[in-house]
Design a protein around this ligand. Structure first.
Ligand code: FES
Length: 103
């Protein structure tokens, strides 16, 4: 079923229709498809990410997290502003700048 986007600022998001399931620090979450992982983090924890110290364009490194992508078995450090979400991604560690206050 398409996700109801009426409460989102769609200027921030790439076009999407549905949510995909990922895991963030052991917590099952659903986030919009077709976004950067950092935008997905903002979807999950708007205040902490919106007002965090992020350049959003691959300069600062503050968004680096340890993630296991679908098909991989070991975590790798990736920049979340440069990593596209995919169903099944597991975020297993974060930089000190990436903080969550889940809704
Ligand atoms: S937010 Fe600065 S490198 Fe990703």
């Amino acid at each position: 079923m398409p996700f109801d986007k009426s409460k989102l600022n769609m200027d921030l998001y790439e076009p999407f229709e549905e949510l995909v399931a990922i895991e963030v620090l052991g917590r099952p979450c659903e986030v919009p498809e077709n976004q950067s992982m950092l935008r997905c983090f903002q979807f999950l924890s708007s205040e902490t990410i919106t007002y965090g110290k992020f350049c959003w364009n691959n300069d600062c490194g503050n968004c680096e997290c340890q993630v296991i992508l679908p098909g991989e078995t070991e975590p790798a450090t990736r920049r979340m502003c440069q990593t596209k979400v995919a169903a099944g991604v597991r975020v297993v560690g974060t930089s000190r700048h990436v903080k969550f206050r889940f809704k």
